[in-house]
Design a binder for this molecule. Structure first.
Ligand code: ZN
Length: 409
């Protein structure tokens, strides 16, 4: 089942010392109560840097805080037992739990001679778990080919070769592979594929064919058609992070031209496969965040909220928007008005809503044709405004300066 609202349950350099899983476990019930129904965890495996690592430089995929390796038993986030308790607690609170899968590159191997490079490379991995030992033939170049299908990622020497049989077996094919273990034993419900632009989409397709689960790729591109093709290449099994929409939101709300919102993002061509966001641990450039959150939580796509924006930001306003998203933001989307300073869109389902963005420095009002007939619309963000729609659906709407108003039944 696809989540309605995902929370990215970490940010870069969360508190160390192995306390993060327990910190999250104390919050899952509150998040569930506000309408979040999935959490995305940071990469859980032991990585180069041990207890300091944020997990994006994996060493032992089967050490989730269990072996004394790379300087500690725990990962930065805690022990395997604490992770298991977090997942159980999240499930009890009706939250799905998504794993961050970092399989483009590895880090922390020992030196060995590499005939394909004619020099020593850091490609000898001897994990304490005893599972998925790797050497030069697991990486590029090797006897299979020089590189994989993705764009160069900057980790070429330890760029995993997914065509290599043992790599496939240990990552997702064997009954005791990482994917099977994380899904069946740990209880993860889905996957976020890190660096998905740097290897073939067939890897994600094969993984999901093997174990299933909701999944999205983190493809660093502003090209929505490229994302569309990538989704096709996963056999339509995976969604994609809507980076094109992220750039459009930045241009619209920080660049002060709301016309950037027209036909913007993957949501404009494939909303059912778009994971939308305003900020994450890699990209956090949008200053006018609440407008951007109001956009993703009233438009199509599956919104992903950034932990720091929720817990250190405007929690009450976000809670209100999550509630509006879950109860009113239904159906297709029609843009009712589009200008540089004003943008008005309607969600056409039941009960639906109309959102009115105003980027100017004074209140704006506009008579607009809506789907609502002979009813009174109520503004939902706290302005107290009510507006009658006439028998033709015409209604006079208002929006506060440099902000937004949301109208519904
Ligand atoms: Zn390869």
């Amino acid at each position: 089942m696809q989540a309605r609202v995902i929370l990215q349950a970490f940010y870069w350099d969360v508190p160390g010392g192995g306390v993060w899983w327990n910190t999250l476990a104390s919050q899952v019930e509150e998040w569930s109560a506000m309408g979040i129904d999935a959490i995305w965890l940071p990469p859980a495996q032991k990585s180069q840097g041990g207890a300091l690592s944020m997990g994006y430089n994996p060493y032992d995929y089967f050490d989730l805080g269990k072996y004394d390796q790379l300087g500690s038993v725990k990962t930065r986030f805690g022990s395997e037992q604490e992770l298991r308790r977090l997942i159980q607690k999240a499930h009890a609170a009706k939250l799905q739990v998504y794993a961050d899968i970092v399989i483009n590159h590895n880090s922390g191997g020992a030196l060995e001679y590499n005939p394909w490079r004619g020099q020593n490379t850091w490609t000898k991995f001897t994990p304490a778990s005893g599972k998925f030992p790797r050497d030069k033939k697991s990486f590029h170049p090797n006897s299979i080919h020089n590189s994989d299908e993705g764009v160069a990622s900057g980790y070429e020497q330890t760029d995993l070769c997914h065509k290599e049989a043992e790599v496939q077996d240990w990552l997702w094919k064997r009954p005791d592979s990482m994917a099977h273990w994380m899904k069946q034993d740990l209880g993860f419900d889905g996957w976020r594929f890190d660096y998905a632009h740097a290897f073939g989409a067939w890897v994600v397709k094969s993984w999901l064919t093997e174990v299933g689960g909701f999944a999205w790729g983190d493809n660093w591109t502003g090209d929505k058609w490229m994302l569309n093709s990538w989704i096709d290449a996963t056999g339509e099994k995976a969604s994609a992070l809507d980076y094109p929409l992220y750039y459009a939101l930045d241009n619209a709300f920080d660049g002060n031209n709301l016309q950037n919102l027209n036909d913007a993002g993957l949501i404009s061509i494939r909303p059912d496969k778009a994971v939308t966001f305003v900020a994450n641990h890699d990209s956090d450039a949008i200053a006018n965040k609440m407008q951007a959150y109001a956009f993703i939580l009233t438009h199509e796509g599956t919104p992903c909220i950034f932990y720091r924006d929720l817990e250190s930001g405007e929690k009450d306003r976000l809670k209100k928007l999550i509630n509006i998203h879950n109860t009113r933001a239904k159906g297709t989307t029609s843009v009712l008005y589009s200008g540089v300073d004003e943008y008005i869109a309607q969600r056409n389902g039941k009960p639906g809503l109309v959102i009115y963005f105003n980027q100017s420095n004074q209140w704006k009002s506009r008579q607009i044709q809506t789907k609502y007939r002979s009813v009174t619309l109520k503004e939902l963000t706290g302005t107290g405004i009510t507006s009658p729609a006439d028998s033709q659906g015409r209604v006079l709407l208002k929006a506060p300066p440099r902000s937004y108003a949301i109208y519904s039944l």
